[in-house]
Design a protein around this ligand. Structure first.
Ligand SMILES: Nc1nc2c(ncn2[C@@H]2O[C@H](COP(=O)(O)OP(=O)(O)OP(=O)(O)O)[C@@H](O)[C@H]2O)c(=O)[nH]1
Ligand SMILES: [Zn+2]
Length: 198
């Protein structure tokens, strides 16, 4: 079995924590938060570190294997936790991703299905783009017979504030290859993903 591994990373800009801390202090003052008390004094620096953590994509090692056994049925990781930040309000959206593929000549180390979701989730995002990026990336890297990605998420910008649609969840999906063109494969994927169930 041939194993290949390579380092995968997304482009990013340099994060200046000192500048972010000063800006966070200005921002909090401007929205009326009094930073004078002991418990709030460090808040701008914490806020800067927290956003740096949420917005910086994490690299990972992509490991793939030869599909020696010729396994050609669905491989699906369901309920992969996701957390991301909506690019309109900078508020989190959280939920789960169900990611599957129909192997061709290469199979993916299983944990990498969760790693790729995490890599694209980290940063500012919209759910539709995140869904498609994961599917396109798997297609590019594995040349599989099909890829399916479903994301179910709660956007705090629409549940905590604004319209306050408490409990609303948004479902997005991208199906490619056989999972898009063949109704039976697609139905099998959706049945295994059990969208809406925990
Ligand atoms: N399509 C899409 N929209 C998103 C996502 N995350 C947040 N949004 C939406 O982005 C939109 C931004 O719209 P605006 O009208 O400019 O923002 P707003 O005035 O704060 O809107 P309200 O949330 O309705 O108060 C809102 O409708 C959000 O619900 C996402 O992942 N995908
Ligand atoms: Zn938002």
């Amino acid at each position: 079995m041939t194993v290949t591994a390579k380092h995968v990373s997304r482009a990013r800009r340099v994060c200046d924590l000192d500048a972010a801390t000063a800006a966070a202090a200005d921002f909090l003052e401007a929205v009326g938060v009094d930073l004078g008390s002991d418990s709030l004094r460090e808040t701008p620096a914490r806020m800067a570190r927290a956003f740096a953590e949420l917005l910086t994509p994490r690299d990972f090692k992509l490991t793939t294997f030869d599909n020696d056994e010729g396994y050609d049925e669905l491989v699906l990781a369901r309920s992969i936790p996701i957390r991301s930040v909506c690019e309109h309000h900078l508020l989190p959206f959280v939920g789960v991703a169900h990611v599957g593929y129909l192997p061709n000549s290469r199979i993916l180390g299983l944990s990498k299905l969760a790693r790729v979701v995490e890599m694209f989730a980290q940063g500012t995002q919209v759910q539709e783009r995140l869904t498609k990026q994961v599917a396109d990336w798997l297609t590019e890297e594995l040349r599989p017979n099909g890829v399916g990605v479903v994301i179910e998420a709660e956007h705090l910008c629409m549940t905590l504030r604004g319209v306050q649609a408490v409990g609303a969840r948004t479902i997005t999906s991208t199906m490619l290859g056989t999972l898009r063109s063949d109704a039976r494969s697609r139905a099998e994927f959706l049945a295994a993903a059990r969208v809406g169930e925990r």
